[in-house]
Write a protein that binds this ligand. Structure first.
Ligand SMILES: [Zn+2]
Length: 89
């Protein structure tokens, strides 16, 4: 099982100790419970409709008025298309 630690804690240890001590102290850091983030995007179902679907599970919305930052069905985080990021900078 993977163990997740804070990067700032790991950097502090590597700055303070030698290689052998660093390895020992990194293993002693408390692990964090984290859930992997699934990053997907809304994609067009067909060019003839405004419907969009989650690229992970296929959940559909009828138009871009109903898109959300997360898929309501599978919970995937939806990436903002690059052309929309430039407009809101
Ligand atoms: Zn989904």
């Amino acid at each position: 099982m993977n163990k997740y630690i804070k990067l700032t804690d790991a950097i502090a240890i590597t700055n303070q100790t030698g290689a052998h001590e660093t390895k020992k102290r990194l293993k002693e850091l408390p692990g964090e419970d984290v859930k992997p983030v699934i990053r997907m995007k809304w994609v067009g179902v067909t060019p003839l409709t405004d419907s969009l679907q989650c690229s992970n599970c296929g959940y559909c919305v009828v138009s871009d008025e109903f898109i959300t930052p997360y898929c309501p069905w599978c919970g995937a985080r939806m990436e903002v298309p690059p052309d929309e990021q430039q407009g809101h900078a």
